[in-house]
Design a protein around this ligand. Structure first.
Ligand code: CP
Ligand code: NVA
Length: 315
């Protein structure tokens, strides 16, 4: 059973597929107006060291719609590792709430919360990954193509947290992830080795965006400068010139290719306004699906009926 949701490295293909199925099932039930109570009486702490719109609000909505409550706490107020050690925060929170979601600078903070606490921990974005985003992304791809297997997903930009989790999600789903990036912003040898050793599949890295998007079902973009990398902004702006999703690049992909972005988008940097507003842009479907995907994670981690909901979603 799922204990934490910190990295897709720890998730089997079967669990990933169950999460997608449960997310879809809960989305359908919501559309039918069915109310859920599986997390009634349960509370999650939402701990944010960085800003957020989607992650915070989609978790709050998901918890409320599952009958539970959420408590938002800002990192500056808690001072993890500064005001007190992460292991103490983990132990205190475990006495108050039934789950913790944390958005952190250092990935180790989220693993330490899991190591020292006694409740499920969810990674709401770290410097290493953004697994909640990747789950919502694959749900969105599945809705648009009817499958998550056998597609070509091209991420144009930086081998960052969003790209790393997307690559792992694609591998779990049996689909190809191609990264189009400047050479110095490619995946590290350690990342590549981890993709290969865990799943025997390699992520393809190319440096010519036009060649990368040929035959692409999905063109995906994220900011060139992630939160916490602000000092590198000027250098990154220069390095990523030519790695923009725009109408000319879209024209090189399949005629049914969809445009994705985790948001927030910096228009006319990594993506043009025309690409965000393109008829085949699905960025707001992605944003909506954060609610449904996270409901599946919360239900499997925190509810007592996890097996029953998986069975119901499968049938
Ligand atoms: N995509 C995403 O995680 O958005 P926020 O930073 O607004 O949460
Ligand atoms: N890569 C971006 C994603 C924001 C949702 C960041 O870490 O800032």
């Amino acid at each position: 059973m799922l204990k934490h949701f910190i990295s897709l490295d720890d998730i089997s293909s079967e669990t990933f597929s169950d999460l997608l199925m449960v997310a879809s099932y809960l989305k359908r039930r919501r559309a039918q107006g069915i109310t859920e109570h599986a997390l009634s009486g349960k509370t999650i702490a939402l701990l944010f060291e960085k800003p957020s719109l989607r992650t915070r609000l989609s978790f709050e909505v998901a918890m409320a719609e599952l009958g539970g409550r959420s408590l938002y706490i800002r990192g500056e107020e808690v001072g993890m590792g500064v005001r007190e050690p992460v292991r103490d925060v983990a132990r205190v929170l475990s006495r108050y709430v039934q789950g913790i979601m944390a958005r952190v600078f250092q990935h180790q903070t989220v693993t330490d919360l899991a190591r020292h606490g006694t409740v499920p921990v969810i990674n709401g974005l770290s410097d290493e990954g953004h697994p909640c985003q990747a789950l919502a992304d694959l749900l969105t791809i599945q809705e648009h193509f009817g499958t998550v297997a056998g597609l070509r997903v091209v991420f144009v930009g930086d081998a960052n947290n969003v790209c790393r989790s997307l690559a792992r999600a694609c591998i779990l789903a049996g689909t190809q992830l191609v990264l189009a990036c400047p050479k110095q912003y490619a995946f590290s040898a350690k990342d590549i080795a981890s993709f290969t050793s865990a799943w025997g599949t390699q992520v393809l890295q190319l440096h010519d965006p036009a060649a990368a998007v040929a035959g692409a079902h999905v063109l995906y973009s994220d900011v060139w400068t992630s939160m916490g990398q602000e000092a590198e902004r000027e250098e990154r702006l220069r390095a990523f010139q030519g790695y923009q999703i725009n109408e000319a690049l879209i024209a090189q992909a399949r005629p049914d290719a969809r445009i994705m972005h985790c948001l927030p988008a910096h228009r006319d940097e990594e993506i043009t306004d025309g690409a965000v507003e393109h008829p085949r842009s699905i960025v707001f479907d992605q944003a909506e699906n954060r609610v449904h995907a996270q409901k599946a994670v919360l239900r499997l981690l925190m509810a007592t009926d996890a097996q029953a909901v998986i069975a119901a979603a499968r049938s």
